[in-house]
Design a binder for this molecule. Structure first.
Ligand SMILES: N[C@@H](CCC(=O)N[C@@H](CS)C(=O)NCC(=O)O)C(=O)O
Length: 242
């Protein structure tokens, strides 16, 4: 059962989310790209929200969870695919062609499962301790992993402006929050990966990105991006990659 009206417009989308969660940010980017209005329910860090628990399988309390009428969907990639299937009639976010769809799905998986480990080593070390207690070898190893992942992405990008199909897709929805959080923690994109550098420079200033970026961005390692979040009303700080 779904909540699509006769006109094909959604009747009411509700997103349980945390502002600084990259998986939630990924869903917000898809909603923005598809110009879908939704109600945002903020779930605090560490909070076990009763609605999220009721809408999820036993033992699961993570966000994002999307509710569309009678249907609850958890797991960010499934949410993206649902939004594409239900509302993306122009195949804007997920291309039609099987090869391109596979490439898009591989890159979303790469973002969710392969980029995270290195990046988290940098982020968790920096956010959990004062700077004079940082374990620099942990940070350097994490940075090396992050740079290796960027080199791989440079190859995927192949000099293009977007990863798949010449336009903003689910791949950008998944990758951009990772890059944004990395950037905040001093792991910016190097000009050694020039296409990736241009990709991020362009997209981090795009209106869709700015409209869903977390509202308040504290200064981490001197990286302060004042324009982020000004358009999004929320009280949360950006403090984590999860
Ligand atoms: N694979 C999940 C990951 C979601 C996830 O890890 N969410 C974190 C926030 S970034 C969370 O809600 N953690 C709290 C919990 O699991 O109770 C997805 O893609 O939706």
């Amino acid at each position: 059962m779904n909540s699509v009206s006769d006109t094909g417009a959604p009747t009411a989308l509700r997103l349980y989310e945390r502002d600084d969660c990259p998986f939630c940010w990924k869903v917000r980017l898809a909603l923005a790209a598809l110009k879908l209005p939704y109600e945002s329910i903020q779930v605090e860090l560490g909070e076990k929200h009763p609605d999220v628990i009721a809408l999820s399988p036993e033992g699961r309390s993570s966000v994002p969870v999307l509710v569309d009428g009678d249907q609850a969907i958890w797991e960010s990639t499934v949410i993206l695919e649902y939004l594409a299937d239900r509302y993306d009639t122009a195949n804007q976010l997920l291309p039609k062609e099987p090869e391109l769809r596979a490439k898009a799905r591989l890159l979303v998986t790469f973002s969710d499962q392969i980029i995270g480990p290195g990046l988290r080593r940098v982020i968790f070390e920096k956010r959990s301790k004062p700077q004079d207690e940082w374990d620099m070898s942990e940070i350097e190893q994490g940075m090396q992993m992050w740079q290796n992942r960027m080199a791989e992405l440079e190859t995927w990008l192949a000099g293009e402006a977007f990863f798949v199909g010449g336009r903003f897709s689910v791949v950008e929805c998944a990758l951009l929050p990772r890059f944004a959080l990395a950037y905040l923690y001093g792991a910016g994109v190097s000009q050694n990966t020039p296409a990736l550098y241009r990709w991020f420079q362009h997209l981090k200033n795009s209106s869709d990105f700015l409209s869903v970026a977390p509202a308040t961005v504290p200064q981490y390692g001197g990286y302060h991006i004042p324009q982020w979040g000004q358009q999004r009303q929320s009280h949360r700080l950006t403090q984590s990659d999860c």
